[in-house]
Write a protein that binds this ligand. Structure first.
Ligand SMILES: *Cc1c(COP(=O)(O)O)cnc(C)c1O
Length: 353
């Protein structure tokens, strides 16, 4: 009569995604934008939300939000757009759609943990190929694995999480050419990155681009978007649950996109903070900090456990990624905060080494 008798063994073998308790701490663990909406905008948003029709189901196609996204991010007219309750849901939708018996999902390691988690959940064979020591793509190994395993779907986050570097987009294009199935370029951090795959999309009908509003300052809304050819997106549309973007999210996201210059300004501030924090970390003996095109920095300290615990006792919460993959031994990941939070982090770090 117990759950163990009925729940699929692969689900029983999984562990739930753990979110660290951040109460009372400076939260630098989850790549959130540290800046709230300016008060006058928050007030205007309140009025919009108050007028939203909560008694009605949301617009199932979220057409006005889609139009606002197309406009704000200059998405090519000929591409379709599909929305997810965060890009996490888009990963799940795509994985569910391709999960034939024996099909494989390929990604690199270390990478975003949801690729593997969702592969296991939907019964896709997971293939995780290690990055090189400098966290760049091992292009030859990937193309080899593509030919051997013929994965239905390949996930590459550009920039990558948790390493922060942007992969060589020419290499991504060569992988897309070699791929038999779909390649998902995950640009969760595009607001902080020099380069996007968007302008290369037209050359690769088997590439879809996945982005999110989370890292740009709207993590609480849960809006991810996917853009690509109708060939793929019309199939994914069938997997999406009809009302996955709720009324309050559609209203708030449309409002935020009307003021996209505020969010873009915050992103520029964070990019400037990244430069100073990178320099500050690089100047500390015993710390190695890696290049980043995202709103976080990966750094190596040796005793990651100890430093993590001492930072936490000084009210700073970062992410301990040191046990996530051998390439990350001794590594911690810190999201960029406000200038004051970053200064507090640096003080606490120096006292914690
Ligand atoms: C944060 C993150 C996501 C998930 O974003 P949501 O839209 O909040 O679900 C996807 N991919 C990568 C690489 C991320 O770091």
């Amino acid at each position: 009569m117990s759950a163990r008798q009925w729940v699929r063994p692969e689900v029983q073998a999984m562990s739930a995604y753990v979110v660290q308790d951040a109460s009372g701490l400076i939260k630098l663990d989850a790549m959130e934008n540290p800046f709230p909406l300016p008060p006058e905008l928050a007030e205007e948003l309140g009025k919009r939300l108050a007028a939203a029709a909560l008694n009605r189901y949301p617009d199932a196609a979220a057409s006005e939000l889609v139009a606002a996204l197309r406009q704000a991010f200059s998405l090519p007219r000929e591409m379709q757009v599909l929305l997810g309750n965060g890009s996490d849901e888009l990963i799940q939708i795509m994985a569910l759609a391709v999960a034939k018996p024996g099909a494989a999902l390929l990604s690199v390691e270390p990478a975003f943990v949801m690729f593997r988690h969702i592969a296991e959940l939907v019964g896709l064979r997971y293939i995780g190929l290690p990055l090189k020591a400098d966290f760049s793509l091992d292009e030859a190994a990937i193309i080899d694995a593509v030919n051997t395993h013929q994965p239905a779907i390949i996930f590459l986050a550009c920039p990558n999480n948790p390493t922060g570097n942007l992969f060589d987009l020419d290499a991504v294009e060569r992988i897309a050419k070699a791929a038999h199935g779909l390649v998902v370029v995950d640009e969760a951090y595009t607001a902080f990155s020099r380069e996007s795959f968007l302008s290369r999309m037209g050359r690769h009908p088997n590439v879809v681009l996945m982005r999110t509003l989370s890292k740009l300052g709207l993590a609480g809304l849960r809006v991810g978007y996917l853009t690509g050819t109708a060939d793929w997106l019309q199939e994914f549309e069938k997997v999406r649950l009809p009302y996955n973007i709720n009324v309050l999210t559609q209203t708030a996201a449309r409002f935020a996109l009307e003021h996209i210059e505020v969010l873009n300004g915050q992103a520029r501030t964070l990019v400037a903070e990244r430069t100073s924090l990178h320099a500050a970390l690089a100047a500390v003996p015993g710390v190695t900090v890696y290049p980043s095109e995202a709103n976080f920095l990966l750094f190596r300290v040796g005793d990651a456990e100890g430093v993590f615990t001492r930072l936490k006792s000084r009210k700073i919460l970062v992410k301990n990624v040191s046990r996530a993959h051998p390439l990350l031994a001794g590594c911690l990941r810190v999201s960029l905060g406000t200038p004051a939070e970053n200064a507090a982090f640096m003080d606490a770090l120096k006292a914690s080494l």
